[in-house]
Design a protein around this ligand. Structure first.
Ligand code: 5RP
Length: 254
């Protein structure tokens, strides 16, 4: 009947979104349960984005994880830590470092090299990750990649000090002639102006195409430019990645 067809169409349109959310939740919950050690861990770093919200929900639901300190990587995560009544700490306070950081990513390859910064929090995410004993990524299965840069449509985020934005955009455009390099705007119509990061900087989204095994080299080449605060390529940092699959299983890459 028409009604039945309508119901089926509605289901097929809505199912993927809920299933993707379920994938994020599965990855986040498994990583929290596997990786946070309530007996030995004292300080945990928390990344930013929608997947990390599920990690916070899981931490919040387990009272034995409430005694440790949590270091945020963005205004968003700081608010979530406070809303969940967890113990907030700043990176400056953690003179003994961070035991473990859990974070999301936009694309991850088999070597656990990741594109990060879809939410524009790449600088603080990297600061917290580099201060951590262990760094673990959580994502839904769409983020798995055989060739970094081939999936994430926006490209590699680069955070830049405002006065350097025009000159660095020009340098990168001349250097990567096939690239599409865009200033990140707050809305697609550009009316609200550019995105300003939590650190008061601007973002260039650099679509360089598939990177193959060049990701670490490209990171260094862009990072060396004065005025570049951070590049959203995280290579050689993650120890594990948890992927929540659409069929309800979790894959762990090491
Ligand atoms: C923010 C990030 C996020 O971790 C990344 O964009 C993934 O976000 P989401 O979990 O919402 O897909 O790097 O700077």
């Amino acid at each position: 009947s028409k009604l039945w067809k309508g119901a089926l169409l509605k289901r097929s349109l809505t199912l993927p979104a809920t299933t993707i959310e379920n994938g994020k939740r599965l990855a986040a919950w498994k990583a929290v349960d596997d990786m946070i050690d309530p007996k030995n861990h004292k300080v945990i770093g928390l990344g930013s984005g929608s997947t990390i919200e599920y990690a916070l929900h899981r931490i919040s639901s387990r009272p034995e994880l409430h005694s440790m300190l949590y270091v945020p990587t963005s205004f968003q995560t700081k608010q979530l830590i406070l809303q969940n009544k967890l113990r907030l700490a700043t990176l400056e306070e953690c003179s003994n470092g961070i035991d473990l950081t859990i974070d999301g990513a936009d694309e991850i390859d088999n070597d656990l090299c990741a594109i990060k910064g879809g939410g524009g929090c790449l600088f603080q995410e990297r600061l917290v990750a580099q201060a951590s004993e262990e760094f673990v990524i959580i994502a839904d299965e769409r983020k798995k990649s055989n060739n970094l840069g081939s999936k994430y449509a926006r490209g590699i985020p680069v955070e830049i000090v405002p006065m350097a934005i025009t000159s660095i955009q020009r340098i990168l455009t001349n250097r990567y002639t096939q690239a599409n390099i865009q200033l990140r705007m707050a809305t697609p119509t550009d009316k609200a102006g550019p995105v300003i990061t939590d650190n008061g900087n601007l973002l260039l989204d650099c679509h360089l195409g598939p990177l193959g095994r060049q990701a670490a080299t490209i990171y260094q080449d862009i990072k060396l430019l004065s005025g570049v605060v951070e590049v959203g390529l995280f290579c050689g940092m993650a120890k594990k990645a948890y992927f929540g699959n659409l069929d309800g299983t979790v894959d762990i890459w090491t």
